[in-house]
Design a binder for this molecule. Structure first.
Ligand code: FES
Ligand SMILES: [Fe+2]
Length: 314
């Protein structure tokens, strides 16, 4: 594809050979993507699912549907609880109630339910990793673990999280990210000069210019790999922001319906980076989240199309 002119404000990278001179559509081999996806799908999940960004959980109860069941999520005062969204008395939706003294209060007859539960109604195992809220529902099959498999993160970071739903399965979300070759074609507003420079059976490294504006970009090398069957992580390994990660997690809602929760954890060894990001977090975080959402509106359409084809659509 035609190379776009831009001004690189990032660090200069050492030269790197592309693994192929073939056009992107020839390099993007469905068989490689399927193999890498199968490897990811064969990894253990420990039974954990990402619910949302921790910051998205407000003061009132909210409802999330995960793997075919509805849950109420609320802040208990010293943590976040997740429990069935059906009152043990007569089945009212607890997420339509309110929170009082760390308990969720049923809207129909005022039953107060806390983390100790009541009869068969019990909060689930949860884990707050500081950025994302994870839950381990009883429906989770396979071997369960005490903690979710949280990918390696930088020691110090500025985080932003976006969530979006798509009509596809988690595997379609992961497959989208295992195809970096679509990046500069499908998201020309965000990427240019994308080349694959390393590839093995389960990870792929790209050199890409991330566009900040039309003419200003930052060239980085980034590696993609899957730590569990429903997550794919991009880590910057050379250029500006080495160690920064973008974690994309897919959580099943129902068959053919998934949530994509993406956390951007930005870091830098530039002296003023963290001071700047934290000082202007009210402005910077929405910008990062909006850009991630824009990409995922497009990638969601890609994943939905992949699901359609996979399930017999034309
Ligand atoms: S349905 Fe919840 S208290 Fe009656
Ligand atoms: Fe994409």
């Amino acid at each position: 594809m035609e190379t776009q002119k831009y001004w690189n404000i990032g660090r200069r990278l050492p030269p790197a050979e592309s693994i192929s001179d073939l056009p992107d559509w020839k390099q993007a081999q469905p068989a490689w993507i399927d193999r890498a996806l199968d490897r990811a799908l064969s990894k253990p999940s420990g039974g954990w699912f990402v619910v949302d960004g921790v910051r998205a959980i407000g003061t009132g109860p909210c409802r999330y549907r995960i793997d075919g069941r509805d849950y109420v999520v609320w802040r208990t005062g010293d943590g976040i609880a997740v429990a069935p969204d059906s009152c043990p008395h007569m089945g009212a939706r607890m997420s339509d109630g309110f929170v009082r003294g760390g308990c969720v209060v049923c809207p129909w007859h005022g039953l107060e339910l806390g983390v100790e539960g009541l009869g068969k109604w019990k909060p689930l195992e949860t884990f707050d990793d500081g950025v994302l809220l994870w839950v381990r529902p009883p429906s989770a099959g396979g071997e369960v673990t005490e903690r979710p498999i949280v990918p390696p993160r930088p020691d110090r970071y500025f985080d932003a999280v976006m969530r979006l739903e798509a009509k596809c399965d988690p595997r379609d979300v992961v497959a989208n990210r295992l195809d970096p070759w679509h990046g500069a074609h499908f998201h020309p507003h965000s990427f240019t000069d994308l080349r694959v420079i390393e590839k093995d059976e389960e990870s792929i490294t790209v050199r890409v210019v991330y566009r900040i504006t039309k003419r200003i970009g930052m060239e980085v090398d980034a590696v993609f790999d899957c730590p569990d069957p429903r997550s794919i992580v991009m880590t910057i390994i050379r250029g500006e922001g080495v160690g920064s990660v973008v974690e994309t997690h897919a959580t099943p809602i129902d068959p053919g319906h998934s949530a994509v929760v993406e956390a951007t954890l930005a870091t830098s060894d530039r002296p003023q980076f963290h001071t700047f990001m934290n000082t202007f977090s009210r402005f910077v975080r929405p910008v990062i989240e909006k850009r991630a959402l824009r990409l995922w509106v497009e990638d969601g359409a890609y994943a939905e199309r992949r699901y359609e084809i996979r399930t017999g659509g034309s």
